[in-house]
Design a protein around this ligand. Structure first.
Ligand code: HAM
Length: 416
């Protein structure tokens, strides 16, 4: 039997990998424009980092982590997310020393043993960013502006920003108590998972997808009525900042997030064209996490975007980051060497170029150029070669002209 990749774990093949590279390049650029530096964090960590950081009663820790003992009997977990590792590194390397606001980003695979379905994988890639050191609500706004900018530079038009506040250690316990009281009255009609969550993690009942549970929680108490004097103005200032930057948002009181470290602002960018797994990027504030993991009291906020979901949106919107500047069609063996020099010269000048190496018909070379999405085809025949000329065909409007080889770069640069 042939060996196949494990369920929920995917290869990224040429044709798609170019979209990944483009998104990664644009995102790196955007993050660096906003003052972030990359941090490379390990793929696996001591299990306790995640149980303590993400929370014992979360789905991730209860049922989704890839945990095993290594050969020394140490309990190890493949990272299910990046925030806990960044915070661990921040504390371990004292990145707070002399640095009031650390801005770090990471790119790489995460692992969760979830039920695989469209948009939900067991190994998936995230680009994440964390800002550590400021509790100013405008930092939240800046982070959301960054994501908003990024999605517009990727020309993804259909994302909605959903936002909520989940309160803090001061106000959340009162809200939790009120919510538990409300839910207990309906315990027999809630799904089994939510019945269990009433005691362990009642906020998660609010984002249960079961119709029965959703009906009940429609009239559940709202956190807005329980916010403390720190959380309430924080949320209002964030909303105000978004309006000031003309970033549209929807308040979603059901948005509670599946990781326990969140405080105050929580958000998701969702798409209507992705089906059930509709969050493309998500995150929020975690003002207690650094302390929980043994560091000094330090507020933080961050997000992670899911590469596979973003790539699938780019494909759906038919955005093509990969089109070829030109394809060099070669007629006759003598033209091959000149074609190679032209291709090298154009590549040196920054164009994406592909050329024909086989002596096939012009028709089949044009078909290949079309398939590769070439904007121009440079046709190089032996007659033209003797005159130092090529034919340049615009694949969009089908116009073609004979031009001097030496003018090719300048003409392509003018046209692109
Ligand atoms: P998260 O909501 O668990 O947050 O994941 C963030 C994004 O990763 C999701 O919105 C989604 O696009 C993608 N994602 C999550 N699980 C899967 C999966 N099984 N398959 C495919 N894509 C997936 C976090 O991970 C937090 N660490 C985000 C954060 C950073 N909060 C503060 N800082």
């Amino acid at each position: 039997m042939n060996i196949r990749a494990i369920k929920g774990i995917k290869d990224v093949l040429p044709g798609t990998v170019e979209i990944w590279q483009w998104i990664e390049g644009e995102t790196r650029k955007r993050l660096e424009d906003y003052g972030f530096s990359e941090i490379k964090i390990p793929i696996f960590e001591i299990t306790e980092l995640f149980t303590r950081g993400i929370g014992e009663t979360t789905d991730i820790v209860e049922k989704e982590m890839y945990t095993f003992e290594d050969r020394d009997g140490k309990k190890i977990t493949l990272r299910p997310e990046g925030t806990a590792s960044v915070v661990r590194a921040y504390i371990e390397h004292r990145l707070f020393d002399g640095n009031p606001l650390a801005k770090l980003y990471y790119i790489g695979p995460m692992f969760r043993h979830e039920r695989p379905q469209a948009g939900r994988l067991r190994q998936f890639y995230q680009i994440g960013a964390e800002m550590l050191g400021s509790q100013a609500p405008l930092v939240d706004v800046e982070l959301l502006a960054l994501l908003n900018d990024l999605f517009s530079s990727l020309e993804i038009p259909t994302l909605a920003l959903e936002i909520n506040t989940v309160g803090c250690e001061t106000c959340r316990p009162n809200f939790k108590k009120a919510l538990q009281g409300f839910l207990r009255d309906f315990i027999t009609v809630l799904c089994l998972n939510c019945q269990r969550r009433i005691d362990t993690n009642p906020l998660r009942v609010l984002d249960c997808k079961e119709e029965g549970c959703r009906k009940i929680t429609k009239s559940a108490p709202s956190i807005q009525s329980y916010l403390c004097p720190s959380c309430k103005p924080h949320f209002n200032t964030v909303l105000d900042g978004l309006s000031h930057l003309e970033i549209s948002y929807q308040i979603n009181p059901r948005l509670v997030r599946g990781l326990d470290y969140y405080t105050k602002t929580a958000f998701e960018f969702t798409s209507t064209s992705l089906g059930a797994q509709n969050a493309v990027a998500a995150g929020g504030r975690y003002d207690g996490l650094v302390q929980t993991l043994g560091g000094p009291e330090t507020p933080g906020i961050g997000f992670a975007l899911g590469m596979e979901r973003l790539v699938s949106l780019v494909k759906k919107e038919k955005i093509s980051p990969t089109s070829l500047s030109c394809f060099i069609a070669v007629l006759g063996e003598k033209a091959q060497k000149t074609a190679l020099s032209i291709a090298t010269q154009l590549r040196t000048n920054g164009f994406r170029v592909e050329m024909e190496h086989q002596n096939t018909s012009l028709k089949s070379q044009m078909r290949r150029a079309n398939k590769l999405g070439a904007r121009y085809v440079v046709i190089l025949g032996e007659d033209e070669l003797q005159r130092g000329k090529v034919t340049l065909r615009n694949m969009g409007n089908k116009e073609q002209n004979e031009i001097e080889i030496k003018d090719l770069s300048a003409i392509l640069a003018k046209e692109s």
